[in-house]
Design a protein around this ligand. Structure first.
Ligand code: ADP
Ligand code: MG
Length: 239
């Protein structure tokens, strides 16, 4: 396989935070390849570097050592402004706490991501409507977050993450704040996007049942991937 079939290639990644005279090394000599269309779960104890890894892939933070390739492009030594552009146009983030803007309705939250990427108003509206329908929120486009359930808010966040057709969706404990029913719905939605649209997803989760449903399970410990398990994707729940 050549590099371009890989959405993500990480070589020998080390991250060191300097805290006064002390160094914290959440990631140490980590290697990882992710193919187009994979749905990868990342598990590991608290403090094992899961969020740090997602932040580096998502161009929020940068490597101390090693190299990171997104869609074949080496982003390791990109300037802040180039990292910002990659993050804005090629990465979709989904957070545990949804992070919607409370004074914007569902449409406007999704449109904002496209506005920042320079899409025209007409194009944005049509795309936002399409995405909100795709995540099951047709008819609720004009509701502000406060008028949506927690599960619905996370659906808006997923629609927003998809807005610019990102190379990869990075989800950091997307079901961590949800009750069981909403958790199941969000996982079903992510699986559906992965299976039907081919969306590449890297998802941090503490939930073994959630992780068991994805193609691949990585287990982080001591800054390294200590387990990398291929799994059968659970398409049964999609019908
Ligand atoms: N900005 C930072 N400055 C210093 N240390 C940090 C920073 N971010 C994370 N860390 C440290 O790096 C380690 C890994 O953190 P994190 O990636 O958030 O772990 P996880 O998401 O697996 O719980 C922890 O020891 C944490 O305290
Ligand atoms: Mg974390």
């Amino acid at each position: 396989m050549n590099n371009t079939d890989l959405v993500l290639k990480i070589e020998n990644l080390t991250k060191i935070y300097k805290l006064g005279k002390k160094n914290v090394t959440p990631l140490a000599n980590l290697d990882l390849d992710v193919k187009q269309g994979e749905f990868v779960s990342v598990m590991g104890p608290s403090g094992s570097g899961k969020t740090t890894l997602l932040n580096i892939i998502g161009c929020i933070d940068r490597a101390s050592e090693g190299r990171v390739f997104l869609n074949g492009t080496d982003i390791t030594s990109f300037s802040e402004s180039n990292l910002y552009k990659i993050r804005r146009d090629n990465i979709g983030f989904v957070f545990q706490s949804f992070n919607l803007l409370p004074y914007l309705n569902a449409m406007e939250n999704v449109e904002l991501a496209m506005e920042l990427s320079g899409k025209f108003a007409g194009q944005r509206k049509a795309r936002a409507l399409e995405l909100l329908s795709l995540v099951g929120l047709g008819g609720r486009e004009l509701h502000r977050p406060a008028r949506l359930s927690q599960g619905e808010q996370q659906r808006v966040a997923i629609a927003r993450a998809l807005a610019n057709d990102p190379a990869v969706i990075l989800a950091d404990e997307p079901t961590g704040n949800l009750d069981v029913a909403n958790k199941d719905e969000i996982i079903r939605l992510l699986l559906e996007l992965n299976v039907k649209q081919g969306t590449t997803i890297i998802m941090v989760t503490h939930d073994e049942q959630v992780a068991a449903q994805t193609h691949r399970l990585l287990y982080l410990q001591g800054g390294k991937i200590v387990k990398d398990k291929q799994q059968k994707i659970n398409v049964g729940i999609l019908s």
